[in-house]
Every structure is written in C-alpha cells, then in structure tokens.
Design a protein around this ligand. Sequence first.
Ligand SMILES: [Zn+2]
Ligand SMILES: [Zn+2]
Length: 313
Amino acid sequence: MDDETALIISALSGLPPPQLYALIQSIFSAAFHHHRRLSAILSSPTLFLLTLRHLHSLSLPGKTLLIARHLLSSLRLLTSHLDPVTHSSSHLLIRHRDLDAALLLLLLCDLRHHEPQALDTRRPSDWRLVLQRQCSDDALSISGIGVYNGGTLIPYVETVARCWRFISSSAAGAGGKSGREAPASVAVVVALPSVGGAGGDCAICREEMRPGRDVCELPCQHRFHWLCALPWLRKRNTCPCCRFELPTDDVMAEIRRLWTILARAATGVPHQSPDSTWPHQSPDSTWPHQGSFAVVNDGVYGAMEGCDNDTCG
Ligand SMILES: [Zn+2]
Ligand SMILES: [Zn+2]
C-alpha cells in the first residue's frame, strides 16, 4: 500500500462513528450489489456471453472509460461521506450494462494478473467456469468487487487507489489530455443561488455588484454577476477568486476533482485550490494495465468467434 492510500484509509477510519458506520454500510451495500451482478453474469451463459460481447465492442479507450466510470462511482461514494456538501453530476452514473462489463473486465484483469495463462486456449463457457472458481476462492477481494469478510474499508480504498493510478497513468500516456479544464456541470450552474449584490466589485468584470438579483453565489461564497459567471463557468469549473472546484459533467475531470478532495482530506489540506499534479504517473500502476485489456480483448474476440449464434448472435 502506498503512503497516500494509507493516509486516505486513516482519514476515513477517523470519521466520527455515525459517519464511519454510514460509510461502511454504503460500501457493504455497493459490494453486495456488485457481487450479485457478478453472480448473475457467471451463472448465466447467455448473460456472460452478452457481457463479453459488449466488452469486445469497446475500443481500448472505451474500456479505459469503463474503468473510469466505475472508479467515479466509487469515488462519489467515498467523498459523499467525507464531504457531504460535495455533489457530483448524477448523469455521470454508470449504466447497468456498463457496470456489468466493468465488473467482468476487472475480474478478467485480476485473473490475468494472477494466472496469466488461465484463459488461453479455452472456450468462453470454460472462461465462465474458471471465473466462477476464482469467485469461490474469494480472490475477488483483490479487485474489491467481492463480498468482504471483516475489513471492508481497506480493500475498497485500495481498489479505488489502484484504479486511480491506472486512470491517471492512462491520461498521462494519452498526452495529459484529461488534465484540461472542464466546464462546470450545467445542472450545478443553473442551481446556483441568486443573491442580492451587497456592494463590492465582481472579480470578473471589476464593476460594482448593485443590489438586485443579477448576482450569483458559488459554494465558496464568492459572488459574481450572473452575466459574468455564466461564460466563465461554461469554460472552467473553478471559482475565479479561490479556485474552488465545482462539479463537472466530464468523467475524467470529475475523477480528478473527487480524488483531490479525498487526497486533501487525507493530508488535512482544504480542497479549495485544485491539485496541479494530474495527470501523474506512478510506478505502481501495474493493475489493471492496458496490456491485459488488449489480451482480454483478443481472448474475447476468439471467444465470440467460438460461441454459438443462439447465445451471442
Ligand atoms: Zn461582473
Ligand atoms: Zn471562491
């Protein structure tokens, strides 16, 4: 476990008992849901092949985005308990079919990580049996998608941290495109409150904010003319004064924002100013790696060719 992950676990463990209890309950509930989905996939040949086919239809960046969406939902769970005023755009929630594909992909990556040859030369029906065996061996705790016995928080945060390292190193590999500024979430912007201008100048246009309803207030309590704030927030999700970050509708930017909240809570630093270290590469980004996605994809391709039309056609 790296230092940052240990600090996050320590910060979460130090939550007041009612908050910690609620967090553990949420993690149990998410883990139970994931375990139920995986059980359904692994016990149904048809659902298994359909999920494999969905995975196969995705490009490498598409698979990375799948992991990103799964990571985002895990981060939302953690930060919502750590910082209850942190909201995140609800339309970034992972869809049912994508969740199934993400869980299966992580399980396949797990398997390849621990038994690189386990799926070679096997037909998809055998893949299912191999994966079922892996589940029953409780190896799922490695990917954090199984049912936990006892330690709930640690495997969950470790999985989040591993996925974060994977996503951030992928972003770095893609030229750091995901570190770009993202517009603030439209739903969050339209929900900003209008307030009466109480004197003072708008930091964007430098003109006075007169009494009236043409002034909006950001969650950091900085105020601006609506007419100045709207074009600003269409381009970036940060407050012009203190760089407080508003939620965005961009998956990668939202992951970075929530991870920053988590990491800063762990180090006791307020999260008003955004972290400039994204995307960063970590030498520990060995799982899941895109190499295993490609191998999984080759295997999936072979599997889809080998399956009968009734189930995957
Ligand atoms: Zn203004
Ligand atoms: Zn501000």
